[in-house]
Design a protein around this ligand. Sequence first.
Ligand code: ZN
Length: 247
Amino acid sequence: MGARTPPTLEELARQALLKNEALTISALEQLPKMLFIALSQKALRKALNSEGLRGWEMVAVGIRTPWKQSITHCKLYQTNLYHLSQCHHLCQLKHLDMSGVLLSNFFLMPLRVLLEKVVDTLESLELEGCGIKDSQLSFFLPVLRQCSKLTKVNFYTNDFSMNVLSDLLHHTANLSKMTMEQYPAPQECYELGVVSIERFVQVCPVLMDTLRAIRQPKSISFATDVCSRCSKRCVYEQETRLCSCLQ
Ligand SMILES: [Zn+2]
């Protein structure tokens, strides 16, 4: 008979946590860092798979990274977004990264609720590749303008029209700390789903001028979706940079 493998520190901790949940929740923040990270990562995976979370797991997900909430390139459910917005430990959040999480069919009010909780601390907001549409953006535009600490936003690969994008730029008027801004080229730059160079070089400078009339942006770019052939984007910054196939 082989020797019984002794339980790992993580297993022992989990057993203890299950015995007295009320005590656990109050003690979570005092757990050794490595142990806390291991336990909360498991809880986060459960949350993202829409499995039921125990009370301490829900709290662990919320305080896992008080300053940085990064939920990228995974499948998120409407209920996950709702739970996230209800988390009490988000008030110090500085960085929110939900890049690659497809939100195109979501009711985005919870995202607005979440942003409302962090208007005083949020420094970066990354929603690249979320497929957010015009009608959804209007849900959180009003709160975006209140996030006065924002230094970085990334909205690449979302589905905005020229009008809504222009509206978005106006809503950033008083975000004077902004150092890096990335916006998607509007729908008007595509013809039957393909980038129209002619429109791209016409529309992007107009948007750039729109923003320059409002404030002086430091680093700003407009970019098309990633090209399916060369995996690059057409980017308009100071000048136009086309993807490899369109050059
Ligand atoms: Zn290309």
